[in-house]
Design a protein around this ligand. Structure first.
Ligand code: PEP
Ligand code: MG
Length: 572
């Protein structure tokens, strides 16, 4: 019994217990190199066979109405059909350097490494997609066994990396969970695992293979990001209990999804969801969301070499709205810059990217390519749903006025060509720059609603990069300085009858729910998985007590003192 626990990234929630299957790509000897003409024919055949497999996975998911998951395979098929990739592979074949599969692997590797040098998590995940499609073609050409063919009984799969096609090749009941040496939280296999409810831990490093052999008992915790190897009997018994408890708790929380999000003394809070995909919007509905509080649109723009067309944007917004009919759907205009880069719209190197060309600043300086097409798509989606438009990184009144002018222009353009669109859409702003909170009074006269982006508000208030581990101790959303900005924002909004949401991570922290309500917030937007916990916290709150708690927190010395107040309130 080794009783060792490895720690990785919590990729897809849930507990799994069972035997390990160590899955390494079969080492099929490379075929004797044919002449270049024969290899080019093999490449064409491999591409066609791989495309047929991917098309089958895509169709299966579409039939199961798992549209977001189906899109992963549609995107892989687009990569396979990309002439620049095939032409690069053919050039390598013709130069006499490589077999069909090796040429494609090399061509994909060159593109993948280019993407990775940009240092962006999303683009690194797209690099993994390129490698995955090359592997798919290799499998098609060599007849290598798929994961589904290897996994004959239920197990937890251990692998260096897994592609979405690997996951799709396995019947769901046989794949208890998976743990990967590599991988990030935005890898497509991880997105698919979350969508299909398969617990997963990734980023465990090569130590994984030294520690795990096939057949050994594993306990994988996709919520904590841990993998226990051959746990002792007592731990195993506890984990069996936890797995049973997991499904019981899920049942209890699900039973509460229809309970109103209202405080004990009858004060209603709009409990809505953050999402980036149709799949997340579907999860939001399952957890009883009263709408979408923040649809981040970056994902649609990031994973591709060109900007999405107005039609493609409309398709996403309409599909998200269709998941939650009759509810408000708040969609944020593109928020890139900072640490998010677009391959289709390269941003210049800046000394301080978080203080530079980011969010609405980009939209306003590139109206024809970025802002206007998105506003038109949003207005068109608004023809059939209640779409609210949210602007990121607003610092001044002038910015809101300029967007209003572009919104009027977008509406006039649609009217001129007779395209149906919303006659009105609420225009709200993120409050995530301290200047916007301090100037909330003036902004409340311009904007229809506020949404507090506490992730950025914290970094800008405390001058503390949200992604820098060295200054992570300073990054405290509960710092009284941040809370005062929240309170100022709520007070100004209230005077003008404007609703205020919190859509930063603080909105999904049930420990902070009463405090936020006490500060005057009337909408909480959080990840679908956090919703049942926040709902329970709202229902446990007394509005009058929350106001007292907020008053105490505002004059506390620091975040630790606020934490202490929250802990006391929790017990009281
Ligand atoms: C925020 O800053 O709190 C927010 C919700 O926006 P993002 O995390 O996308 O910057
Ligand atoms: Mg932000």
């Amino acid at each position: 019994m080794s009783d060792q626990t490895l720690h990785g990234l919590a990729a897809a929630p849930g507990l799994a217990l069972g035997p390990a299957l160590v899955y390494t790509a079969a080492t099929v000897p490379p075929p004797n190199l044919g002449d270049p003409a024969a290899e080019r024919l093999r490449l064409a055949a491999g591409l066609a066979r791989a495309d047929a497999t991917l098309a089958l996975h895509e169709a299966t998911l579409r039939a199961a109405k798992q549209r977001a998951e189906a899109e992963i395979f549609a995107a892989h098929r687009m990569l396979l059909a990309d002439p620049s990739l095939t032409e690069a592979a053919e050039a390598l074949i013709v130069a006499g350097h490589a077999s069909a599969e090796e040429a494609l692997r090399l061509a994909a590797e060159v593109e993948a490494e280019e993407l990775e040098t940009l240092g962006d998590a999303y683009l690194s995940a797209r690099a993994a997609d390129l490698r995955e499609v090359a592997a798919q073609v290799r499998r098609a050409l060599t007849g290598e066994q798929t994961l589904g063919e290897r996994l004959l009984a239920p197990a937890i799969v251990i692998a260096h990396d897994l592609g979405p096609a690997d996951l799709m090749s396995v019947p769901r009941e046989r794949l208890l969970g998976f743990a990967l040496a590599t991988g990030g939280l935005t890898a497509h296999s991880v997105i698919l695992a979350r969508g299909l409810g398969i617990p997963a831990v990734v980023g465990l490093g090569e130590a994984l293979f030294a520690a795990v052999t096939s057949g050994v008992t594993l306990a994988l915790d996709g919520t904590a990001g841990t993998l226990a190897i051959d746990p002792p009997a007592a731990t195993l018994a506890r984990l069996h209990g936890a797995v049973a408890h997991q499904s019981e708790r899920e049942t209890t929380l699900r039973a509460a999804v229809d309970r109103p999000a209202v405080t004990r003394d009858g004060y209603p809070i709009a409990l809505v969801a953050n999402a980036s995909t149709v799949e997340e919007a579907r999860a939001a509905r399952a957890w009883g969301a009263a709408g979408i509080g923040l649809l981040r649109t970056e994902l649609l723009f990031l994973a591709r070499p060109n900007l999405p067309s107005e039609e493609e944007q409309l398709a996403l917004y309409a599909a998200v709205a269709a998941e939650l009919p009759g509810t408000p759907i708040t969609i944020r205009t593109l928020d890139v810059g900072g640490d998010k880069h677009l391959p289709a719209f390269p941003l210049p190197q800046e000394a301080n990217p978080f203080l530079g060309w980011r969010g609405i600043r980009i939209g306003l300086s590139e109206p024809a390519t970025i802002l206007l097409p998105q506003l038109r798509a949003l207005l068109r989606a608004g023809a059939r749903a209640s779409i609210r438009i949210l602007l990121p990184m607003i610092s001044t009144v002038a910015e809101v006025r300029q967007v209003r002018a572009y919104l009027a222009q977008a509406r006039a353009e649609l009217t001129a060509v007779g395209v149906p669109h919303a006659a009105h859409a609420d225009l709200g702003i993120m409050i995530e720059v301290p200047a916007a909170a301090l100037n909330a009074e003036a902004l409340a006269r311009e904007a229809d609603f506020f949404s507090l982006g506490t992730n950025d508000l914290t970094q800008y208030t405390l001058a503390c990069d949200r992604g820098n581990a060295r200054v992570a101790a300073l990054y405290q959303p509960l710092d009284p300085a941040v809370l005062r900005l929240i309170q100022l924002t709520c007070a100004a909004a209230q005077r003008h009858g404007r609703p205020v949401a919190v859509c930063g991570e603080l909105g999904g922290n049930p420990q902070a729910t009463a405090l936020l309500i006490g500060l005057g917030v009337n909408e909480l937007s959080c990840a679908p998985a956090a919703m049942p916990h926040v709902r329970a916290a709202i229902r446990a709150t007394l509005h009058s007590a929350a106001q007292t708690l907020a008053a105490q927190a505002l004059v506390a010395n620091d975040a630790a003192a606020v934490q202490q107040l929250l802990a006391q309130a929790d017990q009281g």
